[in-house]
Design a protein around this ligand. Structure first.
Ligand code: PEP
Ligand code: MG
Length: 803
């Protein structure tokens, strides 16, 4: 939805300045905006014909909101509507909003995808903040909200089962960032104290459980906007329905393999070992602290990016909470006060964070109490950066047995000292499991409380993260068996690594390209032996920023990845955000089902400037490096046609002709696209199947939601049938690739090739082993395997077939 805006003013200069001001609020300039202002001779006045042309020009099918300054501007606008086509007139709204305030609000809400009625309503309300601030009589501002004098007040009821815990608290703090508003929150239900909405640590201590009423008070120029955002967030359960389900306390008692590999070692019972506060080090304490925090921030953001790549941005948001804590104004103010009182950096940081953790540990809700561990994790990371060490450097060795692991704990686990992890709860798609896989730590999850308790009492554990076996105090024969498996695995990985640079050729002589999925030059370098980068997730250049990267910045980022690939082709996927991966600077209306909403290509087409900029950066790079452009989440041939037009325009804008090495493809993530592959085929060079999304849409099982994790299996015959349909629709001229997680499953390689796939793009650590798996494939037998798999009733049967 992209509603256009027309600015009608007596003065061209006034209109241009107002448009420039609004442009400051809307990064990317994505809203179609036309100006009809002043007379041809430069004088003051309005012209109905010019206005009618502006209205027609701004209407892209979703309507136009017309904002006018005074007097005859309104009459001219009314007349102008008589001059446009009936269709356009029906979609046009003459809005009584004040020009400057109204334009700013209208531009922001139109950029957020609001309808024309919503844009007009928002604009008409644009004076509320000013009225509230100056004490003018406010208008009724909607349910649950009242404007009193210079203050905005409201209340909401917490709807989430785990209350306002770290992730929703982080969403709340982030929503208020950048606003000129001092927001105070109070838990009315427990009659608690007021806390600052800018402080994650304070918000988390509200102890706000499900059903609690939270009172909101806001002051400042953006107070009304702050309250509006808060109520919208609360109405959407702070995005929790889109985020991963909170860790399920239930333990299944059925061991589930979660990260392949063999681990044998002494038992190490779970629980974080706190870092000892290092002795004072002379020097500028503020600087030492800031440098330590900066290092931890970089680390957390890298972990966050990795988690976002492997599981999705919504789930990676837990690390945002840690970054927010690192920069929490109240925490920092507390630490600075301690520094000024003469305490050294490490002690000041440790004491301030201990205070926050203690407050959380005293919360009534068990889930909130558990978040104290996250705070201690941040405390320890900064202390480590300041020279602190764990109390006993050898105490952390061994097979870790715990009820569950936070992502933060998984992220800081030392693989060299942790042969394996066994968890009573969790699931293979949980944050921690994904991170453990990424770090190569074998893991078995969901073993249940009883087995976990027995494991804790054992001296030694033998763990097979591929089969889910956990053996307590293994006898000599079992130990020998596990060691033999470990040796075989090591030999296999060594052999694969040795041959990583050789092409992956099946036994019958078919070459299969094995690519690497990357988000950064470091990933590209880590994918040793990859034939190409089959998926560059460009969205990582757009996250964690306050505005979209410029064309130059994007060009530099893609060139850096190209350089790391040293001439190998790269598949640049255009921006895949929206819905579940929101951007601060692209305000989006809340969606009940973000995975079914405005994401991927839908968002890019709704923000033409954003897409145009990115495509220009891509085209510039393609003149020097072979590039595949790939559009995500395509469902409809019209979307592909529009995206291709945008690409052609970018080629024209760059002005160096069409790069010879430019190829175009789409991701197949929507079941309809798989079934309509033949309709797309004439207009693409390749299809790349995103099995992560294709699986969630095929089985109606949200990715990352532990509660439906068992359903969301990419080996489900329904998903396989869609892969087969894609290959069939592709015909002989269109390459079919898979870049979802399934491509990295060595066991699935033969099946995918049997279904017609000829390129696999995988996480950096899997390139060599997947190449090795391809070398074992005989295509004729792989086709038989595929036929058998398609006839299976469920994923378990397919898995049995592959084993
Ligand atoms: C996919 O959906 O399989 C895919 C590769 O895209 P992403 O995981 O980035 O959504
Ligand atoms: Mg996807």
């Amino acid at each position: 939805m992209t509603v256009g805006i027309v600015v009608v003013s007596h003065s061209r200069a006034l209109a241009d300045a107002a448009v420039a001001l609004a442009g400051e609020m809307v990064a990317g300039g994505a809203v179609p905006l036309e100006v009809a202002a002043g007379l041809d001779d430069g004088g003051f006045g309005t012209d109905a014909v010019a206005i009618s042309e502006a209205v027609a020009g701004a209407d892209q099918g979703d309507g136009v909101v017309v904002l006018m300054d005074l007097g005859s501007a309104v009459l001219s606008a009314e007349l102008a509507l008589e001059l446009v086509d009936d269709e356009v007139r029906e979609r046009a709204v003459l809005c009584p909003a004040p020009l400057v305030e109204g334009l700013v609000v209208a531009a922001v809400s139109a950029a957020g995808g609001a309808s024309r009625a919503e844009v007009a309503a928002e604009a008409a309300d644009a004076l509320l903040a000013k009225q509230g601030h100056l004490g003018a009589a406010p208008e009724e501002a909607g349910p649950g909200r009242a404007t009193t004098g210079a203050e905005e007040t409201a209340s909401f009821t917490v709807g989430m089962p785990h209350g306002l815990h770290a992730r929703p608290a982080a969403a709340l703090v982030q929503a208020l960032r950048g606003l000129d508003a001092d927001v105070r929150l109070r838990n009315v239900t427990v009659d608690g104290p007021e806390v600052s909405g800018a402080s994650l640590s304070r918000v988390a201590t509200l102890g706000a459980l499900q059903g609690h009423e939270i009172a909101v008070r806001a002051h400042g120029g953006d107070a009304a906007e702050a309250v509006r955002r808060l109520l919208a967030l609360a109405g959407d359960d702070f995005g929790e329905s889109a985020a991963v389900a909170a860790p399920a306390p239930a333990v299944t008692g059925r061991p589930v393999p979660a990260s392949p590999g063999i681990g044998i070692g002494p038992v190490r019972a779970g629980g974080a070992t706190g870092v000892v506060v290092p002795a004072p080090v002379p020097g500028d304490q503020r600087r030492r602290l800031d440098e330590a925090r900066a290092g931890v921030r970089d680390h957390l953001q890298a972990v966050r990016d990795r988690a976002a790549r492997e599981i999705g941005a919504a789930e990676a948001a837990i690390f945002d909470a840690q970054v927010l804590l690192l920069d929490d104004p109240e925490v920092v103010a507390d630490v600075v006060a301690r520094l000024e009182a003469g305490t050294d950096a490490a002690r000041a940081w440790a004491d301030a964070l201990d205070d926050v953790a203690d407050r959380l540990a005293g919360a009534a809700d068990e889930y909130l109490r558990a978040r104290a561990a996250d705070v201690r994790d941040v405390r320890d990371q900064v202390l480590r950066a300041l020279g602190g060490v764990a109390p006993d450097d050898t105490a952390g060795d061994g097979v870790l047995v715990a009820d569950d692991l936070t992502p933060a704990e998984a992220a800081v686990l030392d693989p060299a000292r942790t042969p394996a992890v066994v968890l009573a709860g969790s699931s293979p798609t949980a944050h921690a499991a994904i991170l453990l896989r990424a770090r190569g730590v074998p893991a078995v999850v969901g073993v249940g409380a009883a087995l976990a308790a027995r494991a804790r009492e054992a001296g030694v554990l033998a763990v097979d993260g591929s089969t889910g076996e956990v053996v307590a105090d293994p006898d000599a024969a079992t130990l020998a068996d596990f060691r033999a498996r470990a040796d075989a695995l090591t030999r296999h990985r060594d052999e694969a690594a040795r041959r990583a640079h050789e092409p992956a050729v099946t036994r019958d002589g078919t070459t299969v390209l094995v690519g690497v999925n990357v988000g950064s030059p470091a990933d590209a370098r880590a994918g040793v032996g990859a034939d190409l980068a089959g998926l560059v997730r460009t969205e990582f250049g757009f996250l964690d920023r306050h505005e979209a990267p410029s064309v130059d910045e994007q060009e530099a980022a893609y060139r850096a990845i190209g350089k790391a690939l040293d001439g190998r082709r790269m598949t640049l996927r255009t921006l895949d955000v929206g819905g579940d991966k929101p951007l601060d600077y692209l305000p989006m209306p809340a969606e009940a089902n973000p995975f079914l909403g405005v994401r991927g290509i839908r968002l890019a087409l709704a923000r033409p400037q954003l897409l145009a900029d990115q495509l220009q950066a891509i085209v510039r790079v393609t003149h020097d490096h072979p590039v595949d452009v790939m559009f995500p989440m395509v469902a409809d041939v019209d979307e592909l046609a529009a995206a291709r037009r945008a690409l052609d325009e970018a080629v024209d804008a760059v002005g160096r002709g069409r790069p010879a090495d430019l190829r175009v493809g789409i991701m197949v993530e929507v079941p309809a696209a798989a079934l309509k592959a033949a309709a797309f085929a004439p207009d693409v060079d390749f299809f790349s199947i995103g099995t992560n999304d294709l699986t969630q849409y095929t089985l109606a099982a949200e990715r990352g939601n532990d509660a439906v994790a068992a359903l969301a299996d990419a080996l489900d015959p329904g998903v396989l049938a869609l892969i087969a349909a894609t290959a069939q629709g592709a015909g002989d001229d269109v390459l079919v690739a898979v870049c979802g997680e399934l491509a990295g499953d060595e066991q699935a390689a033969a099946l995918l090739l049997g279904l017609g796939v000829r390129e696999l793009s995988v996480a950096p650590g899997s390139v060599a082993t997947v190449k090795q798996a391809v070398r074992d494939v005989d295509l004729a037998r792989a086709r038989e395997l595929a036929t058998a798999a398609l006839a299976c009733p469920d994923a378990a049967a397919v898995r049995a077939l592959l084993a």
